[in-house]
Design a protein around this ligand. Sequence first.
Ligand SMILES: NC(=O)C1=CN([C@@H]2O[C@H](COP(=O)(O)OP(=O)(O)OC[C@H]3O[C@@H](n4cnc5c(N)ncnc54)[C@H](OP(=O)(O)O)[C@@H]3O)[C@@H](O)[C@H]2O)C=CC1
Ligand SMILES: CC(=O)N[C@@H](CCC(=O)OP(=O)(O)O)C(=O)O
Length: 312
Amino acid sequence: MTFKVFVDGQEGTTGLRIHEYLAARSDIEVLKIDADKRKDPAERSRLLNAADVAFLCLPDVASREAAFMVNNSNTCLIDASTAHRTAPGWAFGLPELARGQRGAIQASKRIANPGCHASAFILAVRPLVDAGLLPRDAAVSATSITGYSGGGKSMIADYEQQPLPAHLQAPRPYALGLKHKHLPEMAAHTGLANPPVFMPVVSSFYKGLAVSVPLHLSQLKAGTTPEQIQAALAAHYAGERFISVQPLREGEAGAFDVQACNDTNRVDIFVFASDSQVLLIARLDNLGKGASGAAVQSMNVHLGLEESLGLV
Ligand SMILES: NC(=O)C1=CN([C@@H]2O[C@H](COP(=O)(O)OP(=O)(O)OC[C@H]3O[C@@H](n4cnc5c(N)ncnc54)[C@H](OP(=O)(O)O)[C@@H]3O)[C@@H](O)[C@H]2O)C=CC1
Ligand SMILES: CC(=O)N[C@@H](CCC(=O)OP(=O)(O)O)C(=O)O
């Protein structure tokens, strides 16, 4: 059996990466849109409605338009944008989130792919909330170091100028209005009452991302140890192919490699610890589990296929 798949936004960063994943698949027929019609509403609508699965790799406004264009009950939309991640009627495309999430993704014709920073944050924090170790009203903060492909074609063009302007040669904190677009999903899908104080930092490497969440042990349920935190994460993700919870790191020396999950759909989760503090770090490829790989994984789940088909 083959499934018809359309990528709306096929020339963009996430769309191109999804095409690379699909190119190797004999069970998928990719519906292509002519280059000169890729923003033509009638042609997009025709292909969206002809597809079994359509990936929306578009700015938010165009994703909302695409969702309105679908007028049949067969097409499953998997939206890579921020438009629908906390919207009613949309399943959050993170199968490892909690028990029951795979069923929700399989049953829904509307799947919202998580944001790249949000995926890492949620995967690190949700198990601690679920286990009762991190109170729902905890005041949490997070930092993300990310490659520039996270900003799509325009940011890639900025960073690939030759010579690279001086101001782009050093890491750049952004979203300093403290209203990053991933905050709503970070709160909604961790169960925290409030989103974190969140500062992403973009730098002059193509891809790779690591979100760090510092916690004082005094913020956690009384008596919680770093060992319990690592064990809660390991238990939550036991048997998960794409989530790798690392052994507890105490007295760790050296520096962290933000790019070590690149070209995989993997998330590595670390717990670094001292006597009174822990630092959670979740690392992923922003174009892998942070976007295109996650979208393909959700498609596999939705279609009832082997979840890891085409993914490493
Ligand atoms: N890059 C990443 O790591 C991640 C991206 N995302 C999200 O995924 C979505 C796509 O991002 P990304 O691929 O990086 O963005 P890009 O800017 O690289 O690509 C977006 C594509 O959409 C096209 N487009 C814009 N408007 C329309 C329209 N009305 N109809 C059809 N096509 C249109 C653009 O056309 P043109 O080529 O003419 O500009 C472009 O090719 C965004 O919502 C983004 O926030 C999510 C997670 C991670
Ligand atoms: C480096 C950079 O700019 N990254 C993007 C996030 C990419 C992502 O996850 O995007 P969506 O939420 O739009 O899907 C940002 O922080 O806005």
